[in-house]
Design a protein around this ligand. Structure first.
Ligand SMILES: [Zn+2]
Ligand SMILES: [Zn+2]
Length: 260
């Protein structure tokens, strides 16, 4: 077997020799002994061809990484991804999902224990983190303009025991709250469930919900609640508390300062 050879040159005297491309650290051919003897320190020979090769490799790697970043940037900005980025962080009127979820979760810990079913829910809430929120992707699509189309079906699902809620894009406050009540341990759409949802809604929007027309519990009650808070929800989220949809669009707060 022949080892690959390269020309090694002393940077001080310029004398060169032929030696393997990867000499061992203690190989004398690595060093120019006359110059080392003169200076008292080991003078290392360098292989110009190898140096050039190494530089080329570095440049190539750099180029490749640059190209990769460019492609990733392009892919990260399709209308679909843009819409996904926005809608996975926001519900209706720009409601910040994560923040609202955490807020409602914290609120549930303050339910009056006398409220039926509350005692167990409070311990569930105080002993676990707010549910994570995941965007339901099946059943929705975005066109090339970035407009969103939602198909019918569940608007939200609570994965009890997994600490996870899946919601459709642009989910309503009512649906988010509904799923959070499930996560607090209310499994069925019964009186307990809707009493808890009523309490949470009233506390969140500092209002009263009228249940006088309720004859049986089920999704109709969700619609009843929703109809009574529609304007409050809109007012709460549509202006001041609006989350910025896309990170790079974050604008600085505009203070009207120094008017004097
Ligand atoms: Zn030398
Ligand atoms: Zn439900």
């Amino acid at each position: 077997m022949t080892t690959k050879q390269a020309r090694w040159k002393c940077p001080q005297c310029g004398a060169g020799i032929l030696a393997p491309t990867k000499p061992r650290m203690d190989d004398v051919r690595r060093y120019c002994l006359p110059c080392s003897g003169k200076t008292g320190r080991l003078v290392e020979r360098i292989a110009p061809a190898l140096e050039a090769k190494r530089e080329q490799a570095v440049a190539k790697r750099r180029e490749k990484a640059h190209h990769k970043r460019q492609v990733a940037r392009r892919r990260a900005n399709t209308p679909r991804v843009q819409a996904h980025r926005t809608y996975s962080r926001e519900g209706e009127h720009g409601m910040p999902l994560k923040k609202e979820c955490a807020r409602l979760w914290k609120m549930l810990a303050k339910m009056p224990p006398t409220l039926h079913g509350a005692r167990r829910a409070i311990s569930t809430v105080t002993n676990s983190k707010p549910p994570r929120i995941q965007l339901m992707e099946r059943g929705w699509r975005v066109n090339s303009e970035g407009e969103l189309f939602i198909n019918s079906g569940y608007a939200g699902l609570a994965h009890m025991g997994r600490g996870l809620i899946t919601v459709k894009p642009n989910v309503s406050w009512g649906t988010l709250a509904h799923e959070i009540i499930h996560m607090a341990g209310y499994q069925f759409h019964d009186a307990d469930f809707y009493e808890a949802l009523k309490w949470l809604t009233e506390r969140r929007f500092k209002t009263r919900i009228d249940f006088s027309t309720v004859t049986r519990y089920g999704y109709a009650v969700d619609w009843l609640i929703r109809s009574q808070i529609r304007d409050l929800v809109k007012a709460e989220f549509s202006t001041d508390n609006r989350a910025t949809p896309i990170p790079q669009d974050v604008s600085t707060n505009e203070h009207e300062g120094n008017t004097q």
